[in-house]
Design a protein around this ligand. Structure first.
Ligand SMILES: [Zn+2]
Length: 303
């Protein structure tokens, strides 16, 4: 009898790992997407980002470690709208993973889930600078888009893993609820920016302006991706003085010399805004990203 109990116990222990679930391996092009995938996927997914939040997402160098990640992935999440055009296509080719090729269920381009700003009509010429013909790809910087992105991720995960579809839905809904609530708080904290003219370094912050009600009236870059010249900086300087523009916002990865010059000449405040999850230590979630952005604005206000 005792022996039978031992055998039964052994069988029971053996059965436990079988009851576990297969984890969906998600690879994302940015840490923002990784944070959203973790929020929606929870314990059913394993998430890795191809680039760190400290780097400019327009650029990346394909490394063997990145190829390995794409090779093993069940689901690839990308920003799209040409954000990764300079580095993802060769990586996808080298990884030889049919699951995550465009058009297959393991490939999800989140730009299809949000309203894209700045779509260009008419012919696009390189003379306009490093423009994105498919519109501005920096859409994760509007918290309202986070809701759409989470929902799209939940839907796709549910298709790939129908057993947990309801759980993904539930998680995405609770994420959206928290995000909507936090958004009201962030807006309240930045209410003083409403309608204010602001200078941005690059055209990346239009979604943030849209979400928080300020106006980006000019950029430090004379054209997207083109470094400012002495002449373009002096023209901007005149404008800042004439229009009494109080704040210049920029991502941490751009050169600071131009901003410092404008600050010295006009007194304009510089707000260096973390643009992504992982841009700084302590920004590990999508919520923490906007907490940090609000704090960066407040730091300027207090000076
Ligand atoms: Zn850009």
């Amino acid at each position: 009898m005792k022996r039978l109990r031992c055998i039964l116990l052994a069988l029971l222990l053996l059965a436990i790992p079988v009851a576990g679930h297969a984890t969906i391996r998600i690879v994302t092009t940015t840490q923002d997407l990784a944070a959203l995938a973790e929020a929606v996927g929870g314990e059913f997914v394993e998430v890795q980002s191809l680039t760190p939040g400290t780097s400019d997402p327009h650029f990346a160098v394909a490394k063997p470690s990145m190829i390995r990640k794409v090779f093993r992935a069940d689901l690839l999440l990308i920003i799209g709208a040409d954000m990764e055009i300079g580095w993802l296509p060769p990586l996808l080719q080298s990884a030889r993973n049919a699951r995550v090729q465009p058009g297959n269920p393991g490939h999800l381009d989140l730009s299809g889930a949000v309203p894209i700003l700045g779509k260009l009509s008419g012919p696009v010429s390189r003379a306009l600078g490093d423009v994105h013909a498919k519109g501005n790809p920096h859409y994760w910087l509007d918290p309202r888009n986070g809701v759409h992105m989470a929902r799209a991720i939940a839907e796709r995960l549910g298709e790939l893993d129908p057993d947990h579809a309801a759980e993904y839905q539930r998680r995405s809904q609770s994420f959206a609820q928290t995000l909507n609530q936090k958004f009201l708080g962030w807006r309240e904290e930045l209410a003083y920016l409403d309608g204010q003219p602001v200078i941005a370094y690059h055209t990346s912050l239009v979604y943030l302006a849209d979400a928080f009600g300020f106006r980006i009236v000019d950029e430090v870059e004379p054209k997207p991706g083109i470094a400012p010249s002495a002449a373009s900086l002096n023209a901007l300087l005149t404008r800042i003085k004439a229009d009494d523009i109080g704040v210049l916002i920029m991502e941490p990865y751009y050169e600071r010399r131009s901003a410092r010059y404008l600050n010295e000449q006009t007194g304009i405040h510089i707000a260096v805004l973390p643009q992504s999850v992982g841009a700084r230590k302590g920004i590990d979630s999508y919520f923490e990203l906007f907490d940090a952005i609000v704090t960066a604005f407040k730091d300027v206000e207090d000076k």
